[in-house]
Design a protein. Structure first.
Length: 137
């Protein structure tokens, strides 16, 4: 089950379509959907988590906490709406496009993809582009 939670005042009207898209990506990666929580928050909130849990004193757009059991995907995906807005401006794309990229990025991490090395980043970016191309909304 995919749930959307809001620490920061922010909403969107197509939660069912997003859930369906994310579910299809999980199945395509040969995993099963468990309990997934997206938490949309502020830079300050995510920075506190980053310092507390990862010991990184830097802003980030996403932190994914993985509670998966084998192929059953479970996790909390925290997304900074502030960071997504700024990155959309920097990359000259829509807020929605950047938000969806970050959302699927978290799912790919839960499916086992990493992005520490250049090769891994390239694979991750290709996967993001692929799943973004499958959106029907």
């Amino acid at each position: 089950m995919i749930e959307f939670n809001f620490q920061k005042k922010f909403t969107f009207n197509y939660q069912d379509l997003l859930s369906d898209w994310i579910s299809r990506a999980i199945v395509s990666e040969k995993h099963k959907e468990g309990d997934l929580n997206y938490i949309f928050c502020s830079d300050d909130y995510l920075l506190e988590l980053n310092i507390k849990h990862l010991k990184h004193n830097t802003l980030t757009d996403i932190i994914t906490f993985d509670y998966s059991l084998s192929k059953l995907i479970n996790g909390d995906i925290f997304i900074s709406i502030d960071r997504v807005r700024e990155n959309a401006t920097i990359y000259n794309i829509s807020f929605e496009e950047e938000l969806h990229r970050v959302m699927i990025h978290g799912i790919l991490h839960l499916c086992g993809y990493t992005d520490r090395e250049k090769e891994e980043k390239d694979i991750m970016r290709n996967k993001e582009d692929y799943y973004l191309s499958l959106r029907t909304f």
